[in-house]
Each structure stands twice: as structure tokens, then as C-alpha cells.
Design a protein around this ligand. Structure first.
Ligand code: 9D3
Length: 236
């Protein structure tokens, strides 16, 4: 997979893309990252990429031309068709189902907005998939872009060492009915710590009993903390 990022703050991506699993994915040849500064496509000599909003109001708006030229030039660098994505508070809320589909794309082109927003006409022209990462206010799309890269790259087959560690993830794990459960509690040595015993069932060596206990803990924890994940919540 090739991942292009268009941003006004390319330096924000350096440490994230060169550490841990995201770095291992490049070292093993599963993915390449290409981070571009939108300012490089500005026409004015001061590299102007934003302007005051028509109609007034606070903040600045990202201009059409630099962003559009950047997307056209960068897409031409590679023959693979890119899935264009704009990170924006107005987007579809990112979920694991969307992440799974994106992990099958040969190429992602991520546009991180900044300032108050992007001129609507360039959004109409580029027709990107618009994604939000949740209902809270960030100062820009850079951290959402990194978050999306992290969720997608770890799903590329071979990137993770443990074969089962994706299948058993909270949000990837699916019951036959399609529901997703939170993980239950984890324990390791010592058996007693500050007077707190690890659950006896985990120490007794009965694997069937362990599995049943773990499943019941997952269901109970999900019911308590995230009832929204249990089907409709209408039938318990
Ligand atoms: C508080 C400012 N808002 C109304 C005046 C508009 C606004 C513009 C730009 C709010 C946030 C941002 C920057 N955020 C993103 O670019 C962003 C984001 C987010 O803030 N929350 C969740 N997902 C995303 S994806 C991109």
C-alpha cells in the first residue's frame, strides 16, 4: 500500500511514521509513506494556502488551488488509483468496518485540514471520502490522519507479528450476530498482589472453563461500559 499525506505541518508525521509498527510495516515492504507540504503547490511567493472566509467570520479557509494542484501532481506520481480521504469534523465517524475496507485499498491519499476548514468547491471537485475520528474538537486533521494510518496499516496482512492479535481485538472481534465485545481483564504474576488474588479459574488449568469465564467477563464488561455495542440494546 502507498499512503500519501497532504498537510501544512509535515514535521508532525516524522516520529509517528518511523516508530513501532508503522515503521516495521515500511521495513518489511508492506507500505510506503509520502508526506507532502501543501505549501509547495502555492503560487504566491509567500506560499499562501489560506484566506479569509467570504461572508466574514473567524479563522481562515484553505484555498482551492494549492490543494487541488497538490492532489493532481501527487496522484500522477504513481499509477495506482488513490482512495482520497479528507479528515474533517463534518465526515463520517471512523469505525473498524471502514478501516477494514480501507486496508484493502492499494493507495490512500489523506488530506489533513487545518484552520477553520477547506473551501467547499475543492471538496466538490475532488470528491474525497470525508472522515471524522470522533465527536470532539481537535485543532487540525493531522492527528486524525496519523490515527487513520495506524488503524489501517496494522490490518495489512503480515504487518503484525502475532497472527491472532488482530482477529481477537475488541473492535475486530465479532460474535456470530455481528456484535463486537470489549476485552475482559488480564492478569499475570504474582498470583497475589497487595492482597488481590488473580481469579482462581485462570490458575486451575481448565482451558474450557477459562474460555467460558473470559467470554462472560467480556459480555458483562460490555454491558456495563458500552451497552451500545450489544446489538440494539433492546433485547438482553
Ligand atoms: C471549533 C472550531 N469549529 C467551529 C468554529 C470548526 C473546526 C474547524 C477545524 C473544528 C475543528 C477543526 C479541526 N479538526 C479537524 O480538522 C478534524 C477533526 C476534529 O476536530 N474532530 C474529529 N475528527 C476530526 S478529523 C479532522
Amino acid at each position: 500500500m502507498r499512503i500519501d499525506v497532504l498537510t501544512l505541518f509535515p514535521a508532525m508525521f516524522g516520529q509517528v511514521l518511523t516508530a513501532s509498527i508503522l515503521a516495521r510495516a515500511t521495513e518489511r515492504g508492506f507500505v510506503t509513506y509520502h508526506v507532502h507540504n501543501i505549501r509547495d503547490w502555492a503560487h504566491s511567493k509567500h506560499g499562501k494556502v489560506d484566506d479569509r472566509p467570504f461572508g466574514g467570520g473567524p479563522g481562515m479557509v484553505m484555498m482551492c488551488q494549492p490543494l487541488h494542484d497538490a492532489v493532481m501532481a501527487i496522484e500522477a506520481q504513481d499509477g495506482r488509483a488513490a482512495t482520497r480521504i479528507l479528515l474533517t469534523p463534518q465526515g463520517e465517524r471512523l469505525g473498524q468496518a471502514r478501516v477494514e475496507r480501507l486496508a484493502e485499498s492499494p493507495r490512500l491519499l489523506l488530506i489533513a485540514g487545518h484552520y477553520e476548514g477547506v473551501d467547499e468547491r475543492v471538496i466538490q471537485e475532488l470528491e474525497p471520502l470525508e472522515l471524522s475520528v470522533g465527536d470532539y474538537v481537535l485543532s487540525g486533521g493531522e492527528i486524525p490522519a496519523m490515527l487513520l494510518i495506524d488503524t489501517v496499516v496494522r490490518l495489512i496482512p503480515g504487518v503484525l507479528g502475532h497472527k491472532d492479535s488482530t482477529a481477537e481485538d475488541s473492535f475486530a472481534a465479532r460474535e456470530p450476530q455481528g456484535r463486537r465485545l470489549l476485552e475482559g481483564p488480564h492478569y499475570t504474576r504474582p498470583q497475589v498482589w497487595k492482597g488481590r488474588r488473580a481469579p482462581e479459574v485462570l490458575l486451575a488449568g481448565d482451558h474450557q472453563a477459562v474460555n467460558e469465564w473470559r467470554k462472560s467477563m467480556m459480555i458483562e464488561r460490555t454491558r456495563q461500559r458500552r451497552p451500545d455495542l450489544l446489538n440494539t440494546g433492546l433485547v438482553t
